[in-house]
Structures are given as C-alpha cells and as structure tokens.
Design a protein around this ligand. Sequence first.
Ligand code: NAD
Length: 366
Amino acid sequence: MDCNIGVIRGDGIGPEIVAEAVKVLDAIGAKYNHTFHYDEILMGGCSIDATGEPLTKEAIEQAKRADAVLLGSIGGDAKTSPWYKLPADKRPEAGLLGIRKALHLFANLRPAYLYSQLNEACPLRDDIIGDGFDMLIMRELTGGLYFGKRETREVNGKIEAYDTLTYNEDEIRRIAIKAFDIARKRRSKVTSVDKANVLDSSRLWRKIVEEVAADYSDVTLEHMLVDNAAMQLVRDPKQFDVILTENMFGDILSDEASMVTGSIGMLSSASLNETKFGLYEPSGGSAPDIAGKGIANPIATILSAAMMLMYSFDLDEEAYAVETAVSKVLDEGYRTIDIMPAPGKDTSNITQVGTKKMGDLIVEHL
Ligand code: NAD
C-alpha cells in the first residue's frame, strides 16, 4: 500500500516524539511492504517564525492532499515565548483550531487503555482495575454547547448569560456511524452517553443513535446518563468499549478517563472527518519544560501512528503489531521518566531510557 502522510512536527517536544513515530512507521512499511511518503507541514510556533502565521493556506492545502496527518504538538511557554505576545488568532494554538476546522474533523477519539505494567500509575483500587481496562471515548467536536449561540446581556438591570446546545440529526448520525464502525474493530459495544431525562438535544441524540444502531445488529448499544457515566468510569471502567457522546460531555469524560490510565505521555488521539482522513496526535502538549532534553515519552505519538494505520489505512494487523511492540517493551521494564515508578517503589527490574532509545526498542520488537 502507498500512503501519503502529512507530518507536522511542531514545537517543543513535537519534533523529538514525531521522529520516533516516523521510525516506527518506516519499520512497519519495511516489514509489511507498504510505502509511506511524508510531506512536512509547518504549523504552530515554528510556522509563525518562518511565515508570520500559525497556519498558512499552503499548509492547509498540503494537509488536504494527504491521506492522514501525524502531528507532534504545538505551542510554547506562555510566560516566556514571544509567540504569546501576538493577538490570539496569530498564536500557535490558532493553527490547531484552524486545521481542525479546515479539515472538518468532527469526531475526536481518545483511547483510555491501562497497560498492566503501569498499574501503579492508576489511581483506582486494585479490585477495580482487575485485569485492566480498554475503552475509547468518541467525542463530537464541532457542534453542541461550544458552538451554539451565546450571549451576555442585561435584563431588568441584572446581567445574565446563556449558551445553547444545538445538534441537528445529520451531525448526530455521522458521528454515531463512526462510533459503530469503530466498535466493530473493537469489542462491538457502544455506550451512548446523554442527559435525555432533561435535555431535548439529548432526546434527539438518543433517537438518532437508535436509528443508526438498527444497521449494526452485531454491535450492542446501551444508553447511559452522563452523571452515571462519570461515576461508572471510576466505579467499573472495564464495562466500557466505545463511549459515544456530544462535545461538552466528551470533553469532561475524556479527561476523566485519561486520568485513570496514568501518564499523559501514553495517551494517543485521533480526529476524523467523514472520509478516511484523520489527524493523529498525542493528547499532551509541547511540554516546553522538557523540550530538547531527549527525555519525552514518544509512546503516545507512536500509538497515535498505530491509530492512523487502523482508522485511515485499515491496516489493523500492522496497528496491533505496534501496540504489541509497545507492550513488550514495557514488559521488559523500559520506562521514560514520566512513567517511572513512584519514589519508594521497587525499581530493580526497571530501566530508565530517553526518547530515542524508547523508539529504537519499539522498532526492535516489531
Ligand atoms: P503539556 O501537556 O505540554 O505538559 C504538561 C506536563 O506533562 C509537563 O510537565 C510535561 O513535561 C508533561 N508531558 C507532556 N507530554 C509529555 C511526554 N510526551 N513525555 C513526558 N512528559 C510529558 O501541557 P502544558 O504545559 O499545559 O502546555 C504546553 C504547551 O503545549 C502550551 O503552549 C499549550 O498550548 C500546548 N498544547 C498543545 C497541544 C497540541 O499541540 N495538541 C495540546 C495541549 C497543549
């Protein structure tokens, strides 16, 4: 297979972690006989330095021409970087919002997978963790409360503010279809999270999700109210496979779910549109505090590349191979600094490694 991948290395640790993900992709290409072509795209602070803009039209066109985009991270230290003296729409983060909008990325996927080797990083009790958990939060990204009409106004001498939560049936249907398609690649269960006991938008959400479910008789659908979902995530996370939810509920639940897995350096993510195209990136930021030191954890970016293989290229076996290689390296006790056992814990079988070494070890296991 021939795949065109746009590569946004970005700022801070971005270039360091992307280099390792590219190394892993190349190893997959060599092993499974695929050719990955890379097109370097500028975005964020490095684009401001080179062009004066966080995201140029040319960069958007490059991204559109690609089959998928791999992104490291963008941004700098808000206190010291000159980028943050610029108006908000010229800062690095404007590039990220701009590319999501330009590419119509409406579905955000964040897996929350607990590696048994990193159980100690999980704040939940051992009896709740059990054999670990593996869920994926699918959050609607371009509608709902964050994009609805809003206003702050004065009424009868008092200031009031309102926001509106609007979804139309097409917006719900397209993300529900994504959730059911992806559930088929996993354990075939969708938990749709809403607040249908109170909100009209949730009642429409539930109706449309049920309509979509009718075409997926092999996938189990359950509905859960968002307050209960927040509780179940820490009470019994094993019950979840794909959690499908609207923008704000997903914003909150995905942070809760990621917290129970431990380090930010392990968390991959993907943002998809209606085609096979996706933007794949680690959940963390550019980590200016450790940039250039060669100690950042590249695993989240490598796992994001694995998501790219699965969701944009349908190379499921190759994606599993990457995930297995990561797991084996952790089995052997290799850790970057962010996933080292807490002080006082047994480190006799643990070896601390840097970014490049972690990438090399994962490649060796492929
Ligand atoms: P951050 O995620 O960059 O860092 C938070 C903490 O996590 C830091 O201590 C950092 O060292 C650590 N960390 C993050 N990724 C790591 C990794 N791979 N390995 C080891 N440790 C890691 O969040 P922040 O400090 O709030 O933001 C820094 C910059 O990143 C800001 O400019 C912010 O706007 C930007 N940001 C970008 C993205 C993105 O590109 N998608 C996302 C979030 C934040």
